[in-house]
Design a protein around this ligand. Structure first.
Ligand code: CA
Length: 222
């Protein structure tokens, strides 16, 4: 999921970018309101995180301008604790949601996913393979009810395999799926992520089909 982050504070911006990447988002970061407007006008983002206090042009003006140009990208506004009137104005100006600083990263990620889901009008059901369950809404993988420490690229990779449970996917097919979701994939990344995933998953969850690819069976390790 490609999202735009508009935040002029270096520390907060780099923290949010790193955290959102860890949560599986592809993040483009801009630091002023003019750049934010230009990026949003490309329509290339599934959602945007917009700080209201930006240099060159404040977030409210960015919102008003892009909405006037019929850009419907969901926008989550970041606002200071003491700026309640701001956030009401932000919602009036076309924001879809807001969070008050300091930002809880998990909450931000969850809200962004909810915005994307709402804007696509789609509901996503949990994927199940034996005792393994992947919940696309919570971005969570559970084994027999226990949450596993699988996030970021490892999560996206497992998501691809579980969406295609029972089908052998080649490395190229897996890369293609990840690209479609806005992920950048390095040349040996799939093997590395599979290796790490296997150490976290029950044995034999991901089967290697020699010379073909990888498969998660529908009844895996049940
Ligand atoms: Ca700011």
């Amino acid at each position: 999921m490609r999202v735009l982050l508009a935040e002029d504070d270096d520390l907060l911006g780099s923290g949010l970018r790193a955290g959102l990447r860890q949560q599986g988002f592809q993040v483009d970061w801009v630091r002023d309101g003019v750049a934010a407007e230009n990026e949003l006008l490309t329509g290339a983002y599934l959602a945007a995180v917009l700080d209201l206090g930006l240099p060159r042009q404040d977030g409210m003006d960015v919102l008003a301008k892009v909405r006037a140009r019929k850009i419907v990208t969901p926008v989550l506004v970041l606002t200071a604790r003491d700026a309640v009137p701001d956030r009401i104005q932000g919602l009036d100006a076309g924001a879809d949601d807001y969070l008050v600083k300091p930002i809880d990263l998990h909450e931000l990620a969850a809200r962004l996913r909810a915005l994307v889901r709402r804007s696509h009008g789609q509901t996503q059901n949990a994927l199940v393979a034996g005792g393994l369950e992947l919940d696309p809404l919570a971005h969570q993988v559970k084994w027999d009810g226990n949450v596993l420490d699988i996030v970021g690229r490892e999560y996206e990779l497992l998501h691809v395999l579980m969406r295609n449970a029972g089908r052998v996917l080649s490395r190229a097919q897996i890369e293609q799926h990840l690209y479609e979701w806005g992920q950048e994939v390095a040349s040996n990344a799939i093997e590395v992520h599979i290796h790490h995933l296997r150490r976290k998953l029950p044995p034999n969850t991901i089967e290697t089909v020699r010379g073909v690819g990888y498969v998660v069976h529908k009844g895996v390790a049940s």
